[in-house]
Design a protein around this ligand. Structure first.
Ligand code: EPZ
Length: 427
């Protein structure tokens, strides 16, 4: 397995371009199953997870080709309706093929994803939603089988928790159901909006984009279309936090600053400068004594569904608060086990204690974290360790960086382009 070597203590300067959003590319790739024909998707990031989704589509009979950031997909002939365990266990978002397969074929057999480092990750809300549309589901041998006699019928689906992929899955099933469906307490993440735009372009009739109440009028059929993946707001936020942690000045391009209201607010409170334009922003730290470094005021955060502070930026923000002036409380309300990065940050000199779903971070101040060998446990925890390593003194070695490669396109090259001393070695 590869590991990342990071030599810390260098400010970041320059410009970095943001890739397409992983969490939009995955549902939009699955949505190509809904209609035969040639689909074109632009700005698709080339990541471990998008490659896994394309492999799953291939197993289902889809043909595809990638030219740069564009992926063309021919879903004329589906030859399978099963997502196998050995693939789903590597990427739980494979469950996103359930809705489209039910809509297209009336049947799907998908391995239950199983848990991951950050939590049990059940899909009960997905299944309950399908049942409201007339689908029968049952579990056997670790697989969920979903079947509908004839055509799905519109229904009212209420999500106890605004599940992102739950909303996307039920949405993709409802667009060709007979009659009207209402999805209440729906997720409002921008990635759901990106999917709604694609489904609408395919001929679906959906009202309520950006709200927690979606009204879908079922249509008889959909057609292939051309869509563009939105910028990755979590990748954007990761680079914003990295600059705040190391000092310097970085222009982030091909992004959508409007998708990061909570993080922007918190970084401004910490003392970071952020100048935004329509599809770019410049994040910088004020010069103090000839050095670009911001005195990080410690702030509290609570992770919430969009537009609240994203749980996918919690670990990265913790690496920043570990160097703050004061104490910060981070309350993780979305996942039950998303503090796996804490033990690794402590190895680097951070002072953090966990109390249930809250972490208390006593900032040790600037230049106090020190490089160490650490281990990545999940995608966003890996990013947290990179940020800590970039701002620590000395060298940090991060093992199991395959986690990182699931969700960050060309991160090593992008950081090197900003002056970071970071490289990959084979372990
Ligand atoms: C999506 O996961 C994202 N993944 C996650 O990003 C993100 O952290 C999460 O939304 C929250 O924003 C993709 O979009 C591919 P949820 P998802 O369903 O849809 C519970 C990353 O790092 N729940 O919104 O799986 C669940 O356990 C990844 O890019 C149920 O109990 O998350 C969690 O506590 C990590 N039953 C909460 O709801 C269900 O049926 C929110 O989960 C579904 C969810």
């Amino acid at each position: 397995m590869d590991k990342l070597i990071v030599e810390g203590g260098r400010p970041l300067y320059g410009s970095v371009a943001i890739s397409g959003a992983k969490n939009a590319a995955l549902p939009l790739l699955a949505a190509t199953l809904l209609a035969p024909g040639l689909h074109t998707l632009h700005n698709v990031p080339d990541l471990r997870d998008t490659r896994t989704m394309l492999k799953l589509l291939e197993i289902l009979g889809v043909q595809w080709e990638r030219t740069g950031k564009t992926v063309r997909i021919n879903s004329d002939r589906l030859t399978g309706v099963e997502a196998p365990y050995d693939l789903v266990k590597t990427m739980r978002a494979s469950v996103l093929v359930l809705g489209p397969l039910l809509a297209r074929s009336g049947f799907a057999r998908v391995s239950l994803p199983g848990g991951c480092a950050i939590g049990a990750r059940p899909i009960n809300y997905h299944l309950k939603g399908f049942e409201k549309l007339g689908v029968t589901t049952h579990l056997e041998h670790g697989y969920v089988e979903a079947i509908v006699e004839g055509r799905m019928r519109g229904g009212t689906v209420y999500f106890d928790i605004p599940s992102v992929t739950g909303t996307e899955n039920v949405l993709m099933a409802s667009v060709v159901a007979q009659g009207e469906s209402v999805i209440k307490n729906a997720a409002k993440e921008p990635e759901v909006g990106n999917l709604i735009d694609m489904l609408t372009a395919m001929g679906a009739e959906i009202e309520g984009k950006g709200t927690d109440r979606l009204i879908v009028r079922g249509v008889d059929r959909l057609h292939a279309t051309e869509s563009t993946i939105i910028p990755d707001r979590i990748e954007t936020g990761t680079y914003m936090i990295a600059v705040a942690a190391t000092g310097g000045s970085v222009t982030i391009t091909d992004c959508n600053p409007a998708h990061l209201p909570a993080l922007t607010e918190k970084l401004l409170l910490c003392g970071v400068n952020i100048d935004t334009a329509t599809d770019s922003m410049t994040v910088s730290c004020p010069e103090v004594g000839g050095r670009s470094l911001c005195r990080l005021q410690s702030v509290d955060i609570t992770t919430l569904p969009y537009p609240g502070f994203p749980t996918d930026l919690q670990a990265q923000f913790m690496a920043l608060m570990a160097q703050g002036e004061g104490t910060s409380i981070i309350h993780e309300t979305i996942f039950e086990n998303r503090f796996m990065h804490v033990a690794e940050l402590i190895r680097m000199g951070a002072d953090i204690t966990i109390e249930g779903s809250r972490a208390v971070i006593r900032g040790v101040g600037r230049d106090k974290l020190c490089g160490a060998p650490v281990m990545a446990t999940d995608l966003r925890a890996s990013a947290s360790l990179v940020i800590a390593g970039l701002s620590a003194s000395g060298t940090t070695q991060i093992s199991r960086i395959y986690h990182l490669e699931r969700g960050y396109e060309n991160m090593v090259e992008k950081l090197q382009g900003l002056g970071a001393k970071v490289w990959k070695v084979r372990e």
